[in-house]
Design a protein around this ligand. Structure first.
Ligand SMILES: [Zn+2]
Ligand SMILES: [Zn+2]
Length: 466
């Protein structure tokens, strides 16, 4: 048997890490629980120790599991803090050159919905928390104006929505300068807007809360647009590596900044191993540690041999979806949360698609329908979700497209037959028919009908997801 090359064993490691991740989710293991000892897992996944350890490194980097040494040790489930998903999403969006406008547009949609849901689901403890925060802001004791937004998202009662609001708030931060902190006019305006938003949330007036949140974020977006920084703050990206990888992480971040600054030209050389060791003044071991992180994120990849070195790569959306899936799984996200958020996101998608609809877009939708109609039941499990993903892309907002993709993937991965289903098969012909009716309404530019049909469709689908 030929000895597998470094690239092949890395690919294998990432497949194994995905399998382990899926098994953790399927077994419903909670934080601190043992997945298995090294010996057990080596046998179960039938891989070499080297590949297994590489897989463990990836899981540790994702913060989804870690190796516990000593007697009774083995792979133990951990809970990611969201950094990993944030890093992956950030890398993906920077590569796709999503701009601040796109981030802010989606943030507006999600936060208006969060305010609406928070008002509808308000309870005494939430009211007390909101009022206390407004009081602290008034007295200048609340250092971070973003806390209010985090609190409203949490009070929406939907952990998936909470996660995406947090993600977009952090993303906006990468693009924006820190000038607001010492600008008293801005601070007072923010304080006043927050107080009004809170007022309508605690009084249970969701519609007004949503409108006020929207107005507030629009004002903030205008302010940000007028004060754009000259460079991105990438320091907040990549901060999740374990302590023993700090130096490698530091080098990885420097390379990442170079890749972004030079326009993300996929395939471009970043230097040979020797050149990079000299440039960053690090050992071969540290450089390879950095290369591993860069490869994990799809930022760059190392080619061995003559003419080799580090080359700019293209991140895959899978890394973002996988990281988000792990995070949401551990936080107990349920189908109803997923579909409530999908409804918010996909309504925004439909509106934008109908707004900018042209013939090439219609052709693209028709092509998706053709593939669906021709698909076997097995194949449909894969292509049956494509319409949603394609609509996300056609929205023209790359952040919205990413959100859609992550949510659709999560729904697909968690596909399950409901206990009360008449038979064990997804009603494929029903889905094809429903998709047809949604596309018909889009092509007719009938936004109301398209939204109503999509909403009904998502409600029906939620039963088939656990
Ligand atoms: Zn605010
Ligand atoms: Zn569908």
């Amino acid at each position: 048997m030929p000895i597998p090359s470094a690239t092949v064993s890395r690919k294998l490691a990432s497949i194994v890490s995905e399998k382990i991740g899926a098994d953790i989710a399927a077994r419903g293991l909670a934080e601190g629980e043992l997945v298995g000892s090294e010996a057990e897992l080596l046998a179960q996944y039938d891989v070499s120790r080297a590949v297994f350890r590489e897989a463990v490194r990836l899981l540790e980097h994702q913060q989804s599991a870690r190796m516990r040494r000593g007697p009774g040790g083995g792979l133990v489930v951990t809970t990611p803090d969201g950094e990993s998903a944030f890093n992956a999403a950030m890398v993906y969006l920077l590569h796709g050159r999503a701009d601040l406008d796109e981030v802010l547009e989606v943030r507006l949609v999600l936060e208006a919905s969060a305010a609406l849901l928070a008002a509808e689901r308000m309870h005494a403890a939430g009211i007390a928390e909101l009022n206390a925060l407004v009081q602290r802001e008034r007295k200048g004791l609340q250092a971070d104006a973003r806390d209010l937004h985090g609190l409203v998202a949490r009070l929406s009662g939907n952990p998936a929505l909470d996660f995406f609001v947090d993600l977009l708030t952090r993303m906006a931060r990468v693009f924006t300068p820190d000038v607001a902190a010492d600008d008293t006019v801005v601070r007072d305006a923010t304080c006043g807007a927050h107080a009004k938003i809170v007022q309508s949330i605690v009084s249970g007036d969701g519609a007004t809360a949503a409108t006020r949140m929207e107005r507030h974020l629009r004002a903030e977006a205008d302010y940000i647009a007028a004060h754009l920084p000259s460079s991105l703050r990438l320091g907040s990206v990549f901060s999740a590596a374990p302590a023993d990888q700090k130096l490698g992480e530091h080098v990885a971040r420097a390379v990442f900044a170079d890749v972004v600054a030079s326009g993300w030209r996929v395939g471009a050389s970043l230097g040979s191993e020797a050149e990079l060791m000299a440039h960053y003044d690090v050992s071969r071991a540290i450089l390879r540690e950095a290369a591993r992180l860069l490869e994990h994120h799809g930022i760059a990849s190392m080619r061995r041999g003559p003419g080799g070195g580090l080359f700019v790569a293209a991140p895959a959306i899978d890394a973002t979806s996988a990281a988000a899936a792990v995070y949401l799984d551990r936080r107990g996200v349920q189908a109803r949360h997923l579909f409530e958020l999908r409804s918010i996101v996909e309504m925004a998608v439909l509106e934008r698609v109908i707004d900018r609809l042209d013939q090439p877009m219609i052709d693209r939708l028709r092509a998706v329908q053709d593939v669906e109609r021709a698909a076997s039941t097995d194949r449909f499990r894969v292509v049956g979700h494509d319409l949603h993903v394609v609509l996300g892309e056609l929205s023209g907002n790359r952040v919205l497209a990413l959100c859609t993709d992550v949510l659709v993937r999560l729904s697909r991965e968690r596909g399950a037959v409901p206990a009360d289903a008449p038979d064990a098969e997804l009603p494929t012909t029903d889905v094809v028919h429903t998709h047809d009716r949604i596309v018909d309404a889009i092509v007719a530019r009938d936004s109301e009908k398209a939204r109503a049909r999509m909403n009904r469709h998502l409600n029906a689908l939620a039963r088939w997801v656990r």
